[in-house]
Design a protein around this ligand. Structure first.
Ligand SMILES: Nc1ncnc2c1ncn2[C@@H]1O[C@H](COP(=O)(O)OP(=O)(O)O)[C@@H](O)[C@H]1O
Ligand SMILES: [Mg+2]
Length: 380
């Protein structure tokens, strides 16, 4: 024997090697598809689902077993531009990036970006379709936030322009009215008219002040500060109303609360607006609660960020679900004498501090505003 293999033996071992290579490449392809972040669904030409990857399962809330063999229509994929015909029948614009909505197993709809490609056999024949999709919920949320900030900024500019134009003539009117009052006798019956004019001028001045706080220059004077300090500073403005309405005021601060970086004047304004709303929501009394705790939240780059979470809650009338998305909009109000700027000012201030604000409300039970503010660096 020379040590070389016989012909048959050689062929067999080559076959094994080929098989192994094929198997491992199939494994690689499969593990690749499984670990991709986008959802992938493969169907036959008649839209019957033959495959879904892990990301797809997670995005849609179904398991493989629940969807394989079912029609793709299960997800009710609906294109944003209201195209009514079936997507899987479109052959002209396959593979262009599109946006739409899909139904999850739990019944909720999510926004998705998707593409549809033909699944081609080695001979180039279309044997099915490949749908690749991404969950756009977070992207949509960020877009909405940006739009909201845009609206606030342009409104701020408009407001300051108008306020400047009105303020000077108003001051003129007030001086003239005062001069008229000085010439009038004390018992003059016309004095009543003058009083009314002065009162209306004062009301307009108040309105302008609100506008100005909305249009204030954007620079922040940041200092390290304990949230308790901010709250203590505004309580005196509210104490009378809290007492008159029979509201119980409860404060809970975590014993090891870190300080936050704030522009004190602006932060006073932000919390004052929240407290005023809470008080106004409880005309017959109730409980106004403030709670502050340290929290750690992962940021976009994966690092951990320390925040102070402040929750302001009331046991007032609550906010009906259909108006919840509007409450931070400038000039949105449900109050007969409201201006509707309170929450949009608060929103703007919290954002400028690198924080977030969210609302959680139950009709007729109460409302909570949840604010996260970044912890200060000790050397500040
Ligand atoms: N704590 C709260 N309880 C119930 N409704 C609230 C509360 N805070 C805000 N709202 C709702 O949000 C709207 C907008 O509030 P805001 O911007 O402060 O304007 P305004 O107080 O002038 O109406 C209010 O008119 C009210 O409908
Ligand atoms: Mg208000």
């Amino acid at each position: 024997m020379t040590g070389s293999m016989g012909q048959a033996e050689k062929r067999e071992s080559e076959g094994v090697r080929l098989n192994q290579a094929l198997e491992s490449s199939t494994n690689i392809t499969e593990s690749l598809i499984e670990s991709i972040g986008s959802g992938i669904i493969i169907t036959e030409m008649n839209d019957t689902i033959t495959y879904i990857n892990q990301a797809g399962e997670k995005i849609l809330g179904y398991s493989k077993g629940e969807v394989i063999g079912k029609p793709f229509g299960l997800f009710g994929l609906n294109e944003k531009l209201n195209v009514s015909h079936s997507f899987l029948d479109q052959s002209d614009n396959l593979d262009t990036r599109r946006e739409g909505r899909m139904n999850r197993k739990e019944g909720n709809e999510i926004p998705v970006g998707f593409t549809i490609n033909y699944h081609l056999s080695l001979s180039g024949e279309a044997i099915g379709k490949i749908i690749i999709f991404r969950d756009l919920t977070k992207v949509y949320r960020i877009q909405e936030e940006i739009l909201k900030m845009d609206r606030l900024v342009s409104l701020g500019k408009l407001a300051s322009g108008i306020a400047h134009e009105i303020r000077n003539p108003l001051a003129g009117i007030k001086t003239t009215a005062q001069a008229l009052g000085e010439e009038m006798g004390k018992e003059d019956p016309k004095r009543e008219y003058l009083n009314r004019i002065t009162k209306e001028i004062d009301r307009l001045n108040e309105l302008l002040k609100t506008f100005f706080s909305f249009a204030k220059p954007q620079t922040l004077l940041l200092v390290p500060c304990h949230i308790k300090e901010i709250i203590n500073a505004i309580i005196p403005f509210l104490i009378k109303e809290i007492a008159d309405k029979g509201i119980r005021f409860v404060e809970t601060y975590h014993p090891k609360l870190p300080r936050i970086r704030v522009d004190k004047i602006q932060m006073h304004q932000a919390f004052l607006n929240l407290f005023l709303n809470a008080i106004q929501a409880m005309p017959g009394g109730g409980e106004l609660k403030i709670e502050a705790n340290p929290v750690v939240i992962p940021s976009l780059d994966g690092s951990m960020q320390n925040y102070v979470r402040v929750v302001v809650s009331d046991t007032g009338k609550g906010i009906p679900p259909h108006i919840l998305p509007k409450i931070f909009d400038p000039f949105f109000t449900t109050k007969p004498k409201g201006i509707g700027l309170g929450l949009s000012i608060t929103y703007q201030i919290i954002k400028k501090h690198g924080g977030t604000i969210k609302v959680d409300s139950q009709w007729e039970k109460g409302t909570s505003f949840i604010i996260n503010l970044p912890e200060t660096f000790e050397n500040l």
